[in-house]
Design a protein around this ligand. Structure first.
Ligand code: PFF
Length: 467
């Protein structure tokens, strides 16, 4: 008999850890830009509808499969189907995907750390130069900063579920929230900020075209960390007294609130910096917003609040994004780490060691694919373009396999594991669930339109990206 599985110490601990996973670069930067370009309040409304009608049921399905099997995705799919070959492949997909996403998310987290480091040392003029980003991502320091980021993540993970993941979330998440609120208050008191607020919140329903709608769903799905095996793994550490439904709703509310406040921080800041801003011209990419646009705003702030004040604001911003990225990274690396513990019987330390060797190799290769190593920079050609290794990892795992994993978990809980088992798990620790509207809605949505929508997104992405 294996030693009993570690669990989160409290429901609040679970909610903070899962919210830590959910709140990431996607909320803090991806959401505001998307909302600004695509109809403001109209986008926000549609996003919130997707979160609660599509994402929360998928999240509950993942948590239920994890808690019932007491395993990460690899073990969960295998043990709940008596090692069925097809479903074991789904388990593998949900284990390899987080590994690869962790690789590319680590690359971006290291860049954030580089900016944080420079903001703390006060060199905002350097950060705001157009050539800085290119020289940072190809500079030798990047490997030192990579070691620091991987070191911090592992320091948290080696502590285990309660003393590592939960304890760090209990510190980092409230700190993140306070910094975010502080920044929102600061930004709203700047001149012209209200123009940004208006732009952000006044709905423009004419912008809601097909691609915008599917982009909003993709954003919500990604933002709640679905399809990455994370919630199956975190579910396996949940106690049987907690209600899965109310925990999932709390995570969704926390995640959506952070996205909302991030919009209230970023858009008014942009308008206050340049009242003539046309947000439809903002770049699509979160990366260029964080690393090229915002540093210019921080530098301009020196004119109004002085050198020291501007450095504080820039440092708080990058620290906020760094904390968000860190808690997301912790959650995603826990997935393959838990699988090694479950399947191979490794200790937590040994499994982290093995995993890190692989991750460091891939992360260095992806880092080098921005120009340091020619063939990694032009790794392969598809869709008529030269793709770097980083692009390939992003296109394949992030954009394509995530919706496929989501589709598989829906089909799995309803048609293979079956509704009565799903219900029994969701009723555990939740007296009100049996016979509720939510129970009927879960059966209907997960068995019909949610998998159809995810299948369409998957097919569409494959067609657009690879043909
Ligand atoms: N919810 C995260 C975000 O919005 O950034 C998604 C995520 C990405 C979680 C990468 C974990 C991760 F490693």
């Amino acid at each position: 008999m294996a030693a009993s599985r570690e669990q989160f110490g409290s429901r609040l601990g679970f909610v903070l850890a899962a919210a830590g996973s959910a709140v990431g670069i996607g909320n803090l930067v991806g959401f505001p830009v998307n909302a600004a370009k695509n109809g403001g309040g109209a986008f926000l409304l549609m996003y919130a509808i997707f979160v609660f009608t599509i994402c929360v049921p998928v999240m509950m399905a993942e948590l239920a499969a994890g808690r019932n099997s007491a395993k990460g995705p690899l073990g969960a799919y295998a043990s709940l189907t008596n090692n069925n070959k097809f479903w074991s492949i789904a388990g593998w997909l949900s284990t390899i995907t987080p590994f690869m996403i962790a690789v590319f998310y680590t690359v971006i987290t290291v860049w954030i750390f580089e900016y944080l480091y420079n903001a703390l040392t006060g060199d905002l003029a350097e950060l705001a130069k157009p050539e800085t980003f290119g020289s940072f991502i190809n500079g030798g320091n990047i490997f030192i900063h990579l070691a620091v980021v991987i070191g911090i993540v592992n320091l948290i993970l080696v502590g285990g579920v309660k003393e590592g993941i939960e304890r760090s979330a209990k510190i980092l998440m409230p700190a993140l929230f306070l910094m975010l609120i502080g920044m929102v208050i600061f930004v709203l008191t700047q001149e012209n900020a209200m123009a940004g607020v208006k732009f952000y919140l006044i709905p423009d329903f004419s912008k809601l075209t097909g691609p915008v709608v599917s982009g909003a769903l993709g954003q919500a799905f990604f933002s709640l960390s679905l399809g990455m095996g994370i919630l199956i793994t975190y579910g396996s550490y949940m106690d049987k007294q907690s209600s899965i439904a109310s925990s999932a709703k709390m995570v969704a509310i926390a995640d959506t609130s952070v996205a909302f406040f991030a919009g209230l921080m970023i858009l008014p800041a942009i308008f206050s910096f340049n009242p003539q801003t046309d947000p439809t011209e903002l770049s699509d990419s979160s990366v260029s917003l964080i690393f090229s646009f915002l540093p210019k705003i921080f530098l301009a702030l020196q004119g109004s609040i002085g050198y020291f004040g501007a450095s504080v604001v820039a440092s708080v911003f990058f620290l906020l994004v760094f904390f968000a990225a860190l808690t997301s990274l912790v959650s995603i690396i826990e997935v393959p780490a838990a699988s090694l513990v479950d399947q191979k019987g490794y200790s937590r330390k040994k499994s982290l060691l093995v995993l890190n060797l692989g991750m460091i190799l891939f992360t260095i290769a992806c880092t080098a694919s921005f120009g340091m190593v020619g063939w990694l920079t032009e790794f392969v050609v598809y869709s008529g373009a030269n793709k770097s290794l980083f692009d390939v990892v992003y296109d394949v795992f992030y954009d394509t396999i995530l919706p496929l994993n989501g589709l598989l978990i829906c089909l799995f809980v309803i048609y293979r594991w079956q509704k009565h088992n799903l219900d029994a798990e969701l009723e555990t620790g939740d007296d009100g669930f049996k016979g509720s509207f939510l129970e009927r809605y879960m059966h209907f949505s997960l068995g019909t339109f949610i998998p159809v929508i995810l299948a369409l997104i998957f097919i569409n992405t494959v067609a657009i990206k690879f043909f």
